[in-house]
Design a protein around this ligand. Structure first.
Ligand code: DGI
Ligand code: FE
Ligand code: FE
Ligand code: FE
Length: 185
């Protein structure tokens, strides 16, 4: 892969100026977690920089893409759209074929029961990066000990939040939580 992190940062800053601080925070946290848990640092960094790439895409354009990519998602919250749409656009526009990177982006909102270590790093980093206003100290502590426990705690936090605002939980969010909980036993 030939994309440098510096080029990627420039591209992302121009495309998502209002999200850039959050994206840099996610990048720094992903770098830290990758080192800490010996996960491929470059893949985590690229996925972290690109994870919210589709966040400011037009809703109707995302819906149009999802009709072929993932029609079932159209029955769920629009908040979930930018994961799969982002992965699709990144493959097309940057010619990134690495499945670890693409899956980390695709599943960064809901998680996935079979997510690998790169996806876990990005999922957690997105939730605990320094700019997050809500209390994430438990998630930070657990992610330091184990990526599985970090994911469990982040998905639990997300589900609590969704319950508090009466928002429905996507099956993948629940399945991620349940499956990883079984793993750590
Ligand atoms: O894009 P970000 O704001 O950085 O964070 P994100 O992509 O992790 O989450 C975006 C939103 O999606 C957040 O407000 C919570 C929401 N979300 C996460 N999982 C679910 C969900 N919304 C619903 N309805 N169901 C879910 O399972
Ligand atoms: Fe996101
Ligand atoms: Fe998230
Ligand atoms: Fe994010």
């Amino acid at each position: 892969m030939s994309l440098s992190l510096i080029d990627l940062k420039r591209i992302i800053k121009a495309k998502n100026p209002n999200r850039y601080k959050h994206i840099l925070g996610t990048f720094e946290t992903a770098t830290y977690l990758a080192k800490r848990h010996q996960v491929d640092e470059y893949k985590c960094q690229v996925a972290a920089l690109l994870h919210d790439y589709a966040k400011n895409e037009q809703l109707n354009e995302m819906q149009e893409l999802l009709k072929t990519l993932e029609p079932d998602l159209l029955n769920h919250s629009i908040e979930l759209f930018h994961g799969p749409v982002g992965a699709y656009l990144i493959e097309k526009r940057f010619n990134i074929k690495d499945e670890d990177i693409l899956n980390a982006i695709k599943y960064h909102v809901t998680g996935h029961p079979n997510m690998n270590e790169v996806a876990k790093v990005v999922y957690i980093a997105d939730y605990i990066e320094p700019g997050r206003k809500h209390n994430v100290s438990i998630q930070r502590q657990l992610a330091d000990i184990s990526l599985d426990m970090g994911v469990i705690s982040c998905s639990e936090g997300t589900m609590n939040f969704l319950n508090s605002i009466n928002e429905s939980i996507h099956p993948l969010t629940l399945k991620t939580y349940q499956t990883l909980l079984k793993h750590v036993g």
